[in-house]
Design a protein around this ligand. Structure first.
Ligand SMILES: Cc1cc2nc3c(=O)[nH]c(=O)nc-3n(C[C@H](O)[C@H](O)[C@H](O)COP(=O)(O)OP(=O)(O)OC[C@H]3O[C@@H](n4cnc5c(N)ncnc54)[C@H](O)[C@@H]3O)c2cc1C
Length: 325
């Protein structure tokens, strides 16, 4: 049963109402494992894939009538979904489109970040090379201010079309987003990215391509391109004494012997101690438990509380979290 205000409505009724209004857009009991890079987790009670800001807006407005919890899914590359799934509506952002206008690119939030980097390169536009090889969508990158090599998505962002929690559509400039290391105001406001405009520089195609090829080759050496992971699990620690102003969480994890620790089907990537891998049989609980163990080891040895870079979706508390091996 789902409680909306004073009235209790069962899921069947909500599903029926939404299906009557939105037709095939609405799916129920949708497995989420195929939609995240760990490849784990349970089902979304309700699921919809939206292709325009208007579709997103009207879905939010209708869902709000029943106070349905909403989660926006991008590429699922920075996400751990509970094995119990999510009792709410998962909206997969598939707002696509890449347009070039002089030295700017306008992208749909559901476009893959890599597609946008390639598009910029093919149009002789520089400024996004650092993002080569970062998984996920344009919207997800803005939400978490994704970055690498000391640069992040905020460095090229000009403006964003947002849909707020009431379903209203509006535009905001970069200054609105209060960007900092792997952080944006969206983590507080819960607003959704529909489109984004990036301000780039004209450059020589061959030079831009050479740079992106080099970055990709470098990343392939260090990152698990073939495995099920979400990239770095924990944020680095902001500390101006280190390169790019961050003490790498991977360095601390290396020193507590993270690479030797595993839990069920979850283990740590052999080339990078801050990357947890699903070896093929892991549950989300395994991954979460391994993360808790790693956190407690670092806390014990260095007194530092690691903070997750990834997002948790759904309930984990009931799953009997344990920090014992
Ligand atoms: C092998 C590997 C390497 C990686 N390397 C890097 C790296 O170098 N640097 C880096 O920063 N990250 C890296 N990542 C992590 C990940 O790729 C980024 O965090 C990415 O930006 C997540 O985007 P996504 O679309 O997959 O988001 P998801 O995982 O789908 O969602 C993550 C969060 O973003 C929110 N979100 C998604 N779309 C929207 C939207 N349209 N509007 C509002 N909120 C939204 C979700 O609600 C969720 O809270 C790596 C991941 C992998 C698997």
């Amino acid at each position: 049963m789902f409680t909306a205000g004073k009235t209790s409505i069962d899921w069947r009724e909500i599903i029926k109402i939404l299906k009557d209004k939105f037709g095939e857009l609405i799916e129920s009991d949708k497995p989420l494992a195929p939609f995240n890079t760990f490849g784990t987790g349970g089902m979304a009670k309700l699921f919809a894939e939206v292709h325009s800001e208007k579709e997103l807006s009207s879905l939010i407005k209708e869902s709000n009538r029943y106070q349905l919890p909403i989660f926006m899914l991008g590429g699922g590359s920075n996400l751990l979904v509970s094995d119990y799934g999510y009792d709410g509506l998962v909206i997969r952002n598939s707002i696509m489109g890449l347009k070039v206008s002089e030295e700017a690119i306008i992208a749909g939030a559901g476009e893959s970040l890599q597609e946008m980097v390639d598009f910029a390169t093919n149009n002789g536009l520089a400024g996004l090379e650092f993002a080569t090889g970062i998984w996920g969508t344009v919207g997800g990158a803005i939400f978490g201010n994704a970055g690498a090599y000391g640069l992040d998505i905020s460095s090229a962002l000009k403006s964003v079309q947002l849909v707020d929690k009431q379903g209203n559509i509006r535009n905001e400039l970069t200054s609105y987003f209060e960007f900092s290391y792997r952080n944006s105001v969206l983590k507080k406001t819960g607003e959704f990215v529909a489109h984004a405009e990036f301000s780039l520089r004209a450059g020589k195609k061959e030079e831009i391509r050479k740079k992106t090829d080099e970055i990709l080759a470098e990343r392939r050496k260090k990152l698990p391109f073939e495995e099920h992971s979400a990239g770095c699990f924990f944020k680095n620690i902001v500390d101006k004494n280190y390169e790019h102003g961050k003490l790498p969480a991977g360095k601390l994890l290396e020193e507590v012997g993270a690479k030797e620790i595993h839990y069920g089907g979850a283990c740590v990537f052999e080339k990078h101690a801050n990357i947890i891998i699903n070896n093929g049989s892991a549950t989300s609980k395994d991954i979460r438990n391994l993360a808790e163990i790693l956190k407690s080891r670092v806390k014990e040895k260095f007194g530092i509380e690691l903070r997750e870079e990834i997002t948790y979706l759904g309930t984990f508390e009931e799953e009997g979290l344990s920090t014992d091996l």
